[in-house]
Design a protein around this ligand. Structure first.
Ligand code: MG
Ligand code: MG
Length: 281
């Protein structure tokens, strides 16, 4: 059917490239969170991620990304009520902030895209619950990425989990196919109906990215024409992995490798290895 034509299925060889791109992207996020502390500027966090990409001779996917004007940094960094697409700069992190960092890498023409939200210093119980809910929503969505399921099964699982916790999912921004381009078909919203949408097939690669709001689901774009904030200024969080649909189930591509990266791979509640693996440690 014509609406499926935009979906690029990846070969084993292409998945191997995306796996390498994904690990480097994860290393960039790890470097970013290692410098994200009280008093650090968001520009410093961006520079830490940029350095990792440069060291691995990988092209940043976000730098120059077309919009109202080309995106001016390697990462997007979004604080508190800012949901996505925040521009790194001279803003300093404060005790109690929650910070979402999103990064994209291009290796041999293939894109990896991942994001996470962390707390700075002591954060409120509500902020912690928001972060935990959003990360769990990501893994609940990934669990649905099985052959025989449809994109609506993913969307519906994320939405019902998040709403069950009393939070909202964003409507205007969605998960997406990823690989040869940063945004490919299919779109995978964080809301939807089980059994609807596109059939999942081996070789599909999807950047799944729950974006969760404590308040209303509506957003607004700030004056800088990039930063997206919650309309009511309620707290927001964002987690993302690039995931392949395979005959053996979902494979998260934007992970660290404990054999290569050591104990650091198990940081941050298993985000970097996929939660299921972390639980076995
Ligand atoms: Mg992203
Ligand atoms: Mg994305």
């Amino acid at each position: 059917m014509s609406w499926q034509r935009g979906i690029n299925l990846k070969s084993e060889r292409e998945l191997a490239i995306m796996r390498r791109a994904g690990r480097i992207n994860a290393l960039a996020l790890l470097a970013a969170i290692n410098v994200a502390e009280i008093g650090a500027t968001t520009a410093k966090i961006d520079a830490a991620a940029a350095k990792v990409l440069e060291n691995h001779a990988v092209k940043p996917a976000f730098l120059g990304y077309p919009g109202a004007y080309p995106f001016p940094a390697v990462t997007t960094i979004s604080i508190n009520e800012e949901l996505v697409h925040g521009i790194p700069g001279d803003r300093k992190l404060q005790d109690g902030d929650i910070v979402s960092i999103d990064c994209g890498s291009i290796l041999e023409g293939f894109v990896a895209d991942s994001a996470l939200t962390i707390g700075i210093g002591r954060i409120s119980p509500e902020a912690q619950e928001l972060i935990d809910t959003t990360m769990n929503a990501l893994f609940i969505g990934i669990d649905q990425m099985q052959i025989g399921n449809r994109t609506g099964d993913i969307s519906s699982a994320i939405q019902s989990f998040v709403e069950g916790k009393g939070f909202n999912v964003v409507r205007e921004y969605t998960g997406h196919g990823v690989g040869r381009k940063m945004h490919e078909d299919p779109q995978v919203p964080n809301y939807g109906t089980a059994g609807k949408g596109v059939d999942l097939k081996p070789g599909m690669t999807i950047a799944l990215e729950p974006m969760v709001l404590t308040g209303v689901k509506e957003t607004r774009v700030q004056k800088d024409q990039w930063t997206v904030s919650s309309k009511d200024s309620g707290l927001t969080a964002h987690f993302e992995h690039t995931v392949a649909v395979t005959r053996n189930g979902p494979e998260i591509l934007t992970t660290l490798d404990p054999d290569l990266d050591g104990p650091e791979a198990f940081r941050y509640n298993g985000y970097f290895v996929g939660r299921a693996q972390a639980a076995q440690e």
